[in-house]
Design a protein around this ligand. Structure first.
Ligand SMILES: [Zn+2]
Length: 247
């Protein structure tokens, strides 16, 4: 069992959220009980995740995608009311970390994805984009199969890159706009979560393989790593709940 405030202080120390200009508040978004025994982690604080956390007897939920995004309706009504009401009724805290959890050198989504995909020498390339090498060169088809097996989801592959993929760059989530960072570095293949219409043309015309591997699928791993580290530091019961999302 641990104090909510001690857990928050520890995450502040590890993730340093104050260093980020983000699209949503990082840290405590909804305050619940003071003491925490059970921590549930998930990608997005959807109704399904909150309901599943209530069933698990959660005292705290930790997610990558929380609430109160810039530009959204500030009123608490409809879908947002139902989610927050369920949290408040059950005295569950909601903690959300967005960019600090993409970027972190150990617990970050990008760093964790390298382990899931078996990418060698993972290191930052520029901005939030990371780079590394495959253990052995793969054909574009074989690399697509590798992604599907590792992430349990078939990726969308576009673009005309080299016949063998050796170097890869990646950024989890809606990071298709960073494909230029991989191009500038002469990388064979770029992976992100989502794709946009122009991404196809860029990949075809600039000679790079692009894989849209799923926003949800690529961002499952940072929050699990952080949750596990907190469980060990504070002796919490920790459960990751995967509410699947095909996007
Ligand atoms: Zn995301």
């Amino acid at each position: 069992m641990a104090k909510r405030t001690d857990i928050l202080a520890k995450i502040d120390e590890w993730l340093e959220p104050g260093n980020f200009q983000d699209y949503a508040p990082n840290g405590l978004q909804v305050e619940g009980k003071d003491e925490v025994r059970t921590l549930v982690t998930g990608v997005t604080a959807s109704q399904a995740l909150v309901d599943a956390a209530v069933e698990q007897g959660a005292d705290m939920i930790l997610v990558h995608h929380g609430y109160f995004w810039k530009g959204e309706d500030q009123a608490i009504r409809g879908m947002k009311k139902r989610r927050i009401k369920q949290l408040l009724n059950n005295d569950i805290s909601l903690l959300a970390y967005h960019l600090p959890l993409d970027d972190h050198p150990d617990y970050g989504n990008n760093r964790q994805l390298a382990d899931v995909l078996g990418i060698q020498n993972p290191r930052p390339l520029g901005g939030l984009v990371w780079q590394g090498e495959l253990e052995a060169p793969l054909s574009p088809e074989k690399f697509g199969l590798h992604l599907a097996r590792a992430l349990h989801r078939e990726p969308l592959h576009v673009g005309d890159g080299p016949e063998r993929i050796e170097t890869v760059a990646w950024c989890t989530g809606a990071a298709q706009g960073f494909i230029g960072t991989a191009l500038d570095a002469g990388i064979d293949a770029y992976i992100s979560g989502e794709i946009s219409e122009p991404t196809t043309h860029t990949a075809r015309e600039c000679g790079i393989h692009y894989y849209a591997a799923g926003h949800h699928a690529t961002e499952r791993y940072g929050v699990q790593a952080l949750g596990q580290a907190l469980a060990e530091a504070f002796g919490l019961r920790h459960q990751f709940i995967d509410c699947d999302n095909p996007v």
